[in-house]
Write a protein that binds this ligand. Structure first.
Ligand SMILES: C[S@@+](CC[C@H](N)C(=O)[O-])C[C@H]1O[C@@H](n2cnc3c(N)ncnc32)[C@H](O)[C@@H]1O
Length: 238
């Protein structure tokens, strides 16, 4: 699913630099997989995670379906090897120690078959004992957002508003409005819709266990998951 140009332009101002997430991933990697040298980030967006790991001396590679996202990542991380590809069936002529797919990027794939395709392609691009780490918005999180008031945030002189609705069942539409201040002081509203879905944790885990020898689930606070976990990280060992 393509993000609009305006969303790509303001993505970093809205989402921040992802350092907290990158540090969390780094601590998991350094505790359990200290020999890691190469990292591939699927759906890398503007490249914030790649930037962090590049600065730490890892060899980094990224891909995203959006050419605007990749152009932005290219500026941020000139050392990274980047390509415009679909995470479901990307092809790279090298294998990696770690493959990441973060910030609920996999939720953008709207069928479990698409998720499985991504699991397979990632598995095939991992070195032996390599690890695939991705996070999801859970079904609980998405339903919670539907019930919640719209989220509104000011950034620079602009405003960002998100309201999530569900239609059809289990397809969640993120209705995004970016109200951008113009030179004459007026505001222009830019609208975008991003779709996400999710699946029960048990089903995702079962699909992963058919492929990976070990699968661990952790919630956003580093605890074991519960039915009220909103973001869950899957750490999958080849
Ligand atoms: C929420 S953003 C996350 C970006 C980045 N991972 C981060 O942490 O900031 C989701 C990203 O997924 C990308 N994306 C959506 N569908 C994709 C697909 N099928 N293959 C590759 N990238 C995809 C979008 O272009 C966007 O950059």
């Amino acid at each position: 699913m393509a993000y609009s140009d305006i969303f790509v332009k303001f993505y970093d101002s809205i989402m921040g630099n992802q350092v907290v997430v990158a540090k969390k991933i780094e601590s998991w990697i350094s505790e359990s997989f200290p020999k890691v040298k190469t990292i591939l980030d699927l759906a890398c967006g503007t490249g914030s995670i790649l930037y962090y790991f590049d600065q730490k001396g890892f060899k980094v590679c990224g891909l995203d379906i959006s050419k605007e996202m990749i152009a932005s990542a290219r500026k941020k991380v000139p050392n990274a090897s980047l390509s415009i590809q679909d995470m479901r069936y990307f092809k790279l002529d090298t294998k990696f120690d770690v493959i990441l797919c973060l910030f609920d990027s996999i939720n953008h794939l709207l069928s479990i078959k698409d998720w499985e395709m991504t699991f397979n392609t990632s598995f095939n691009h991992l070195n032996k004992d390599g690890v695939f780490i991705f996070d999801i918005n859970t079904q609980y999180a998405l339903s919670f957002l539907v019930e919640s008031s719209p989220i509104s945030r000011k950034f620079e002189n602009n405003t960002f508003i998100i309201q999530v609705s569900e239609k059809p069942t289990n397809i969640y539409n993120w209705n995004i409005t970016i109200s951008e201040k113009q030179k004459d002081g007026s505001h222009k509203n830019n609208k975008d819709i991003i779709q996400e879905t999710s699946f029960p944790l048990l089903i995702i885990e079962e699909k992963l266990k058919k492929r990976f020898k070990k699968v661990k689930l952790i919630d956003q606070n580093g605890n074991t998951t519960s039915e009220k976990s909103r973001r869950v990280y899957f750490i999958c060992l080849k």
